[in-house]
Design a protein around this ligand. Structure first.
Ligand code: HEM
Length: 390
């Protein structure tokens, strides 16, 4: 569905019309299949937390928006069901828990300040994506996982291929292959010289036969890709949304209240809901929802960008209101696959937005909004470049 050029932050008009028409309707994908589209918050949450819905991409009926095969089996537990999903997820839960993440806040602040120091000594305009939004979460996830940042070209370029809707299944397979090969090598190094990081722990588990080396490498790909790309897009798109809503931005600038910073980040996550293409599932049994019967083997796409704009749940949903209590948004998904990295993403965004606007109060867009290249072709929404000046 195409967005309106003059409303780059809003879901496509066809999606909004679908939401108004029905909570559940059939859509046609490129391969001619006709899965269900769930358009409203209540049904999306119900289906995402229903154990009769499977996230296993290898099951017949799993909806793949571009049609054809998914390159997805390499994405580890995000595309698996319990109990295997839970077994693998448990192995990497601890470093992403709130307390551990909060302990990283000073290190993240240092990374943010370092990048802004560098940016401020260059001549404006600069591309905020390249100077700040992409390196910041990449540096953080590299430190947490134990990946040398000097390898960032390899993982950033292959991640880009993976989240681009236009790339063929073959190109995606090659990108996954390159990442898996890289992770195999890195895990071997970690086995020889372990450090205090997530990948050293995974290498230890492989040695202890708790985990196959293939599963460890695939988990590594998931953590590395999910851990930088989404947050990077949220930093750049969120900055742009704030610049385009000066009254809201003023509120954030004038107020040092941590509660406002927290609610601002939740509202930006809701308003922008950058993970597109919906959460995809296939029914394991017949399920009745909102008067419709989803039959076993039928696919369902939960359009969470629409769910987060559902007027039944978020009054005046198309208004960005940083004081709104948006904590119950579903930008991180819902149910057992709910984002593992959400405490980290939240903390990174809180530090990124507040420091950026505190240190560069005159920050502004260096080109008209309609010259900003939006990622209309990506399964994660954002901007390719954000030219800014001050
Ligand atoms: C603003 C940033 C982020 C957004 C919007 C986001 C969004 C999401 C969403 C929507 C899901 C659910 C997938 C589904 O239900 O099929 C998810 C899952 C996941 N995310 Fe994030 N994410 C973000 C940051 C991160 C970070 C920093 C990490 C760190 C590694 C991460 C790791 C994961 C993992 C491992 C899963 C799979 C969880 C599972 O299947 O049990 N994410 N994310």
């Amino acid at each position: 569905m195409t967005r309106q050029a003059r409303c780059p932050f809003d879901p496509p008009p066809a999606g909004i019309a679908a939401q108004q028409a029905a909570p559940l309707l059939r859509v046609e994908l490129a391969d001619g299949s006709t899965p269900w589209l769930a358009t409203r918050y209540a049904e999306q949450r119900a289906l995402l937390s229903d154990p009769r819905m499977s996230a296993d991409i290898t099951r017949p009926g799993y909806p793949i928006p571009g049609g054809g095969e998914g390159a997805g089996s390499a994405f580890s537990f995000i595309l698996m069901d319990d109990p295997e999903h839970a077994r693998l997820r448990r192995m990497v839960t601890a470093p992403f828990m709130v307390k551990r993440v909060e302990a990283m806040r000073p290190a993240v602040q240092e990374i943010v300040d370092g990048l802004l120091d560098d940016m401020l000594v260059t001549d404006a305009p600069v591309d905020l994506v390249e100077a700040f939004a992409l390196p910041m979460p990449s540096l953080v996830i590299c430190r947490l996982l134990g990946v040398p940042y000097s390898d960032h070209d390899l993982f950033q370029s292959n991640s880009k291929i993976l989240i681009n809707r236009e790339t063929s299944a073959n190109e995606k397979r090659q990108a996954v292959g390159a990442l898996v090969d890289y992770l195999h090598g890195l895990l071997r190094l970690k086995a020889e010289e372990p450090g205090e990081d997530v990948f050293s722990d995974l290498a230890r588990r492989v040695e202890a036969n708790e985990l196959s080396s293939d599963d460890a490498a695939m988990m590594g790909v998931l953590l590395l890709v999910a851990g930088h790309e989404t947050t990077a897009n949220m930093i750049a798109l969120g900055t742009l949304a704030l610049l385009e809503h000066p009254h809201q931005l003023q509120r954030l600038r004038e107020n040092n209240d941590p509660a406002l910073v927290t609610s601002a980040v939740e509202e930006l996550l809701r308003y922008l809901t950058i993970v597109h293409d919906g959460r995809k599932r296939v029914a394991l049994e017949d399920i009745e929802v909102a008067g419709h019967l989803i039959r076993a083997g039928e696919g369902v796409i939960m359009a969470t960008d629409l769910g987060n704009r559902d007027p039944q749940v978020f009054p005046e949903p198309n208004t960005l209101d940083l004081r709104r209590d948006a904590r119950h948004h579903i930008a991180f998904g819902f149910g057992v696959h709910q984002c593992l990295g959400q405490p980290l993403a939240r903390m990174e965004l809180q530090v990124a937005y507040t420091t950026l606007f505190r240190r560069i109060p005159e920050l502004k867009l260096a080109v008209p909004l309609d010259e900003v290249p939006f990622k209309h072709d990506g399964s994660v929404y954002g901007v390719y470049e954000l030219p800014v000046t001050w």
